[in-house]
Design a protein around this ligand. Structure first.
Ligand SMILES: Nc1nc2c(ncn2[C@@H]2O[C@H](COP(=O)(O)OP(=O)(O)OP(=O)(O)O)[C@@H](O)[C@H]2O)c(=O)[nH]1
Ligand SMILES: [Mg+2]
Length: 465
């Protein structure tokens, strides 16, 4: 867009999607980043790697363009100031604003940052498959091929072999999802099971009397969770033989699957696919705490996300992108992801001496998944470690495995696991432990949150070198 009456007559548009599992730190990252961008201090958030003081100026907030909901910055920031982390996200939302980078620029940047509930990412496998049959085969394939899933899914596969009635099949599938949820395995599809179509999380559906035994908890979750747009709209994956044996159930499931995909999945999947850049958050500390089953599940899920988004420009698409840009004098662009940053979040949960190891673990996990995209297409990839709100510290003389943080009740000294050089071959939940600090932020709004490497992420998001 060109406005000759303005000092900056040109406006460029950028949209960046934040993706990552629930609890991976997307909303905190966005809140801290926006606080820095709005109140930019080149000393605290250097935007030039060479150290030149590049200033960023906010011209004003804009209404969302990628989705309907506005990112509630004030609410999230106020909670952080009160030493409370932001509430979990229950729908797609967006922060959009116009900035000028530097003093003499002719350009403004219309920047959109898109946040989403992490649970919905597990539905990327639905976005990827327009047909219920293909989705069934893909999901059951993951269940069969991965040892962690296979034992959990076995009773379900046996149940579909022997039963043709809908209710038995759905109860058996919900039991699989309830077991995955209880074991913190992030491959719960459809995601409506853990985050209802109305945005109500499964935990809120369980009520106050959650049973202490894992089996009873699984039974309760299987009873309360919903696999579809509503109770009467549920579906579950069916193997080919079961589809042949019960065509009525298969076609009912296929119809409900189609409605679910169109209503709940495609709006956010398309929004992500149209972003210029993706920031993929990986909470390495939680993957270490959760055991090797969680890492395997995470890999399977990340593969599905990248398969749908298909980041990078193939030679054909690149040609098309250049033509679009040329014909519109560079003011319009092909809407497709061209760069991906993998970010290990919450870097303040590990000791300073382990930050290089954190980066190594992130790279080891994501490189094999992104490399096939990089080899075939023009795609920028970065790996970073970041703490959006650095909430821990160590004093000189502290043991090498201790971090301190503040709570309203006083200072805490917490033990911290040291990071391994490589992902261990096998490890159970509980072998690694990291502190869960409360956020400590300056209360004066002219101050900005303390961070680790947020400046590098800001450069990525703003498209600066
Ligand atoms: N120590 C530390 N903890 C953090 C940081 N960022 C996030 N956390 C922790 O991670 C939790 C989840 O962060 P969110 O930003 O809400 O996670 P999310 O990815 O938006 O999660 P969903 O909304 O459920 O998808 C917070 O409640 C904190 O406990 C950080 O920079 N440092
Ligand atoms: Mg969130």
């Amino acid at each position: 867009m060109i406005n000759p009456l303005r000092r900056q007559p040109f406006r460029s548009r950028r949209s960046v999607g934040l993706v990552g599992l629930f609890y991976s730190g997307k909303t905190v990252l966005l809140t801290s980043l926006i606080a820095h961008l709005r109140n930019h201090d080149p000393d605290r958030l250097p935007l030039s790697p060479s150290g030149d003081p590049v200033e960023l100026t906010l011209l004003g907030d804009l209404p969302p363009a990628v989705c309907a909901e506005r990112f509630d910055f004030d609410d999230h920031y106020n909670r952080l100031i009160e030493s409370d982390w932001p509430a979990k996200t229950d729908r797609l939302n967006e922060y959009r604003a116009e900035y000028v980078i530097g003093r003499d620029s002719w350009w403004t940047t219309d920047l959109s940052l898109v946040d989403l509930p992490g649970e919905r990412l597990a539905d990327m496998v639905i976005a990827l498959h327009p047909d219920f049959e293909a989705w069934s085969d893909a999901v059951l394939g993951v269940f069969r091929n991965q040892a962690e899933f296979a034992s959990i899914a076995r009773p379900y596969l046996a149940a579909v072999e022997g039963a043709s009635d809908e209710s038995t099949i759905l109860t058996a599938y919900r039991t699989v999802l309830a077991t995955l949820h209880t074991r913190f395995m992030p491959f719960i599809c459809p995601s409506s099971f853990v985050l209802g179509p109305d945005g109500v999380p499964l935990d809120a559906r369980l009520g106050d009397d959650v049973p202490p035994s894992a089996e009873d908890r699984i039974r309760l979750k299987a009873d309360r969770g919903i696999c579809g747009l509503a109770r009467a709209e549920q579906f579950a994956p069916l193997p080919p033989a079961a589809r042949g044996r019960s065509p009525g159930t298969a076609s009912a499931f296929a119809e409900r699957y189609r409605r679910y995909r169109e209503t709940l999945v495609l709006p956010f999947a398309r929004a992500l696919g149209r972003c210029d850049d993706l920031v993929v958050l990986v909470d390495v500390t939680v993957l270490l705490e959760g055991g090797h089953g969680m890492v395997n599940a995470y890999r399977a899920f990340l593969e599905q996300v990248l398969m749908y988004v298909d980041p990078g420009l193939s030679p054909g698409r690149q040609l098309f992108a250049s033509a679009v840009s040329l014909l519109s004098l560079g003011l319009s662009r092909l809407e497709h992801v061209r760069r991906v940053a993998f970010v290990a979040t919450k870097a303040d949960r590990v000791v300073r001496e382990d930050r290089d190891r954190l980066l190594d673990l992130l790279t080891q996990l994501t490189r094999p998944i992104i490399r096939p995209h990089q080899v075939r297409k023009d795609l920028g990839v970065e790996h970073l470690i970041v703490a959006a709100v650095r909430s821990t510290w160590a004093e000189p003389g502290d043991p090498a495995d201790v971090l301190r943080y503040n709570t309203p009740r006083g200072e805490v000294r917490a033990p911290v696991s040291r990071l391994p050089d490589d992902w261990p071959d096998q490890y159970d939940p509980g072998r690694f432990r990291f502190p869960r600090p409360e956020p400590s932020l300056p209360r004066a709004r002219v101050k900005v949150p303390p961070h680790i490497n947020l400046d590098r992420l800001a450069r990525f998001v703003l498209g600066l070198k």
